[in-house]
Write a protein that binds this ligand. Structure first.
Ligand SMILES: Nc1ncnc2c1ncn2[C@@H]1O[C@H](COP(=O)(O)OP(=O)(O)OP(=O)(O)O)[C@@H](O)[C@H]1O
Length: 609
């Protein structure tokens, strides 16, 4: 092994020499000094870069020694799909091989021209966690360095999914109040990757939604996507600003149209979808959220002035850089609650499709006139316990993320339940996978003697087979969300509920490591309706404890109903109607919801196994 010395002068007998590899792809190969590694032969092919220590080419042994010091020879590679930038660094120090001997780090450096390749590396222990890695290559010949920078740059330009222009919203007071700090730490990644950003730091609640609503489609199409630096509520605001005036689809049925006369028992009764489903109603839109669009009818182009912005829109994506209190959307779509991972997935142009629930409030209070008001939810909509926690927690926003623990405990101790009726659409092909067994032991026996059942359900992962399956599209496509096949029927559940929850995704977070529903998928076209019927407080506590446990079984209780459904309707029989939609308050006494499969695309890769 040759130890590099100061003034190291590698002769230039290995010029940049593109040569044909015998196939279609031309290969570039040169010798460089790789910072802290040593002299390598760097090769570029159509997929990426690979390099090998010069010594290991001469000597096939894996290990060598020098002055009694042992080191392992390395060859490695990085694919262009993992490289987000290359930059010429000019003249400067490149370190020779660094190795340790009796606690000391030894190595020699040399001055030369350098360029850096910026790539990502998956953490060995947590593959969903990504880190940047920098490879600095040095050479005495300026031209050789520049040729390589240009070649690598040209290869990166061919990675067509990468964003070039992004609209970035930063919520400075999100989570622990560090939204701006998080963005400032990550902004250099975007500029290094040559992604232009227009940054808007929000001044108030609703600011981002207003910008997204008022921006013209023409202006919007200048961007490859929009990035939210904040929490789930902030993401929800941007999602609604994007969709409310642009997404055109029929509403889900009004519960007033579809529900049957009130029945006393809690048992579900069945009625046929065909009896109730979707006669387009002629509601006029008086909702400020609907910005003048009648969502029940196809839209005429607005005077040909502004181009249509259709959904799903594969080109335009939304990114989320987690800075909030819960960050379930970032966790479910990247597998990590890590701003750096999210930023790297954005600049690399990762893509995952996301189901979105359209929630239509028909009445805010029992006395209100029926008129539709729409919200979109990407993660969760919940009533009862969930609505009460969000109402309570808003009073303690100054506490930061801890407000949820405080509010949750307070609401738990109140142990309220609410009378309501739900109708949900059951899709026959999904039935056996979703509902609990019909014949169950009584509540106490099941709750106190059940062992966690081994789940054989499939969790959503990067390149998920369930989400990529085309089959369900026939049932729940983006433009026609409700199945009209004879394989579906409406079921009813009514009675007193501690909570009603509709999870669009698993809603994993740090408090609930498997989420509310561990096998919910990002893009399968279904919600998971979780109905917690009135039950003794200790049993409810047990359900909540199961939620906080990895591998817990929060749904395996007699008082819990779990229905996988593309649509449901809800009517409260009390005075209250407080919903929690993606962590934001939404008052609704009567509402309905439906899922649009893969309605939006995110800059994310999905959780890695
Ligand atoms: N500059 C601002 N000042 C006050 N509120 C804001 C501002 N910008 C946005 N908001 C509002 O704050 C709400 C909550 O934001 P966000 O979701 O980022 O934080 P969080 O509630 O702490 O996190 P999480 O939703 O993950 O629990 C958003 O719905 C948004 O309307």
């Amino acid at each position: 092994m040759e130890i590099m010395e100061n003034g190291y002068s590698r002769d230039d007998s290995h010029p940049t020499a593109p040569f044909n590899d015998g196939g279609e792809n031309s290969v570039l190969s040169s010798n460089f000094l790789l910072d802290t590694v040593g002299e390598i032969v760097l090769t570029q092919n159509s997929d990426g870069l690979s390099w090998q220590l010069v010594e290991s080419l001469d000597d096939e042994k894996d290990e060598s020694s020098c002055l009694g010091l042992r080191f392992v020879k390395r060859g490695t590679e990085t694919k262009f799909s993992d490289v987000y930038a290359v930059e010429f660094l000019g003249w400067g120090l490149v370190h020779g091989p660094v190795f340790r001997a009796r606690g000391c780090i030894l190595g020699h450096s040399a001055q030369m021209y350098r360029f850096a390749v910026h790539a990502v590396q998956r953490s060995k222990t947590l593959p969903s966690l990504w880190n940047p890695s920098i490879y600095t290559f040095g050479h005495n010949n300026l031209e050789i360095c520049k040729t390589w920078v240009n070649q690598i740059s040209a290869s990166l330009d061919m990675e067509s999914n990468r964003p070039k222009n992004l609209l970035v919203f930063v919520h400075p007071r999100s989570g622990k109040g560090n939204g701006l700090g998080i963005w400032e730490a990550l902004a250099p990644i975007f500029s290094r990757a040559k992604v232009k950003t227009k940054v808007i730091v929000t001044q108030r609640a609703g600011h981002a939604r207003d910008v997204m609503t008022s921006i013209t489609n023409r202006e919007l199409s200048f961007y490859d996507g929009v990035v939210a630096v904040g929490g789930d509520g902030f993401f929800n605001e941007i999602l609604n600003g994007l969709l409310l005036s642009r997404h055109k689809a029929p509403y889900p049925p009004d519960p007033g149209d579809s529900i049957h006369p009130v029945e006393k028992e809690l048992n579900a009764t069945i009625h046929n979808a065909a009896e109730t489903i979707l006669e387009p109603s002629d509601h006029n839109d008086h909702s400020p959220l609907l910005t003048g669009a009648d969502h029940n009818r196809p839209q005429a182009l607005n005077c040909g002035q502004d181009p249509e912005f259709s959904f799903p829109n594969k080109q335009f994506r939304i990114g989320i850089i987690p800075a909030g209190s819960t960050d379930a959307i970032a966790i479910c779509t990247t597998g990590a609650r890590d701003p750096l991972t999210s930023a790297l997935q954005i600049v690399l142009g990762k893509r995952v499709n996301l189901d979105v629930a359209q929630i239509v409030r028909w009445k805010m209070t029992p006395a209100s006139i029926s008129e539709p008001c729409v919200r979109y939810a990407a993660s969760f909509a919940g009533y009862g316990f969930y609505g009460d926690v969000i109402t309570e927690s808003e009073k303690y926003r100054w506490m930061g993320p801890k407000r949820y623990d405080y509010a949750g405990t307070k609401v738990f101790l109140q142990h309220r339940s609410y009378e309501a009726e739900l109708n949900y659409l059951e899709v026959e092909s999904e039935k056996e996978n979703s509902s609990l067994e019909e014949e169950s032991p009584d509540i106490a026996t099941k709750a106190f003697h059940c062992l966690p059942t081994k789940s054989d359900r499939v969790s959503c992962r990067a390149n998920c087979d369930v989400c990529n399956t085309k089959g369900v599209d026939a049932l729940v496509g983006p433009s026609s969300p409700l199945p009209n096949s004879k394989d579906s029927r409406w079921l009813r559940s009514k009675g007193r509920f501690i909570s009603v929850g509709a999870a669009v995704i698993s809603c994993r977070n740090e408090k609930a490591p498997d989420g509310l529903v561990s096998d919910a998928h990002l893009s399968d076209g279904f919600m998971h309706l979780i109905l917690i019927k009135d039950c003794p407080r200790p049993l409810y506590l047990w359900h909540l404890i199961q939620l906080t446990r990895r591998g817990g079984n929060p749904l395996d209780f007699e008082f819990v109903e779990h229905h996988k459904t593309p649509a449901f309707t809800f009517t409260s029989f009390g005075k209250e109607g407080v919903w929690n939609v993606d962590g934001e308050l939404f008052l609704a006494h009567r509402l309905s919801a439906q899922v649009f499969r893969g309605l939006v695309s995110l800059f994310a890769g999905g959780p890695e196994a």
